[in-house]
Structures are given as structure tokens and as C-alpha cells.
Design a protein around this ligand. Structure first.
Ligand code: HEM
Length: 145
């Protein structure tokens, strides 16, 4: 079961990070070459599609993550006792902070307070969190102070 959860977790993480990477690093600049109308049509189309796809991806990512974490519950019950436990706990906290970002995004959307600047800030912050999460996910196995 563990290898299946791990592969699911890794593939979903790649899809999630890849989508954010595309939006922040590629699309953010590429859209400037289009007319205003084309920009907003494409923005809308990408937002609708990526929201739909990411729902499934996030379910798989967090579902498999919880399954993996369950196997490490002994270590997680004493997060400061080992560097693996500390880094894994930090990684999980960052993953929870990403959920917080999406809740904030949903709040801004439903209260018509989502400006372009806020949307762009939130995507960059999520991508930054993910980069840290991936570094922690590898460091927890290799970093022994
Ligand atoms: C944005 C969210 C997340 C991302 C991008 C992410 C990414 C990753 C990556 C890249 C790995 C390394 C996998 C490998 O090298 O084979 C990993 C491992 C792991 N993740 Fe996550 N993760 C996320 C959320 C979570 C959550 C919410 C949990 C638990 C509640 C979790 C628990 C774990 C565990 C226990 C491992 C170690 C698995 C192992 O190699 O034995 N992750 N994660």
C-alpha cells in the first residue's frame, strides 16, 4: 500500500506544482502579448479548467499524504525528537498553509475582492510554499545535523 500512496502523492505533487509553475512563470508573461479581450478570455478559460482539474489533484495529493503520514504517526507524535519528524511536521504545516491560501482565495472570490494583484500574489505564495515543501520532503531523508 505504501508504494502506491507514495507514487500517487508524487504524481499529484508534480501535477499541482506544474500547474502553478505554468500559471506563474509562463502564462503571467505570455498573456501580455495578447489583446485585452483575448487576455481576459484566456484567463477565464485557464482559471475554469485548472480549478476543475486541481480539485481532483488536490484530493489525491492530500488524501495520499494523510495515508503516508499515518504510517509515520509514531514519529509525528514527537515532532522534535528527530530531524525527520521535525522536517515532516514543518512540511505538513506548509501544506496546511496552502489550504489556508485557498480558503482566503475563496473568501475574496465570493466577496468580489479578488483583484489581479491579489490573485497573482496568492499564486506566487502557493508556488513558493510548494518549492519549500519539496525541499523539505527530500531534506527529511538526507539531512542529519
Ligand atoms: C502541497 C502539498 C504537498 C506537496 C507538494 C507534497 C510533496 C511531497 C513530495 C515531493 C514528497 C517526496 C516524495 C518522494 O520523494 O518520493 C512528499 C513526501 C511525503 N509527504 Fe507530501 N506533499 C504535500 C502534502 C502532504 C500532506 C498534507 C501530507 C500529510 C498530511 C504529506 C505527507 C508526506 C509524507 C509522510 C511523505 C514521505 C513519504 C516517503 O517518502 O516515505 N504531504 N511530499
Amino acid at each position: 500500500m505504501y508504494p502506491l500512496l507514495l507514487v500517487t502523492h508524487l504524481l499529484a505533487a508534480i501535477a499541482f506544482i506544474g500547474t502553478l509553475f505554468f500559471e506563474v512563470v509562463i502564462w503571467h508573461r505570455a498573456r501580455l502579448q495578447l489583446t485585452d479581450t483575448a487576455q481576459s478570455t484566456a484567463d477565464q478559460a485557464i482559471a475554469v479548467r485548472s480549478r476543475k482539474v486541481l480539485h481532483g489533484v488536490v484530493l489525491l495529493l492530500y488524501g495520499a499524504g494523510i495515508g503516508l503520514a499515518w504510517q509515520h504517526r509514531g514519529t509525528l507524535s514527537q515532532p522534535l525528537a528527530s530531524s525527520f519528524g521535525t522536517l515532516l511536521s514543518l512540511k505538513i504545516l506548509l501544506a496546511l498553509s496552502i489550504i489556508g491560501h485557498y480558503l482566503l482565495l475563496a473568501y475574496w472570490l465570493t466577496h468580489a475582492r479578488l483583484s489581479n494583484a491579489r490573485a497573482s500574489w496568492i499564486r506566487r505564495s502557493i508556488l513558493g510554499h510548494m518549492v519549500l515543501i519539496v525541499i523539505l520532503a527530500k531534506a527529511m531523508f538526507y539531512w542529519q545535523p
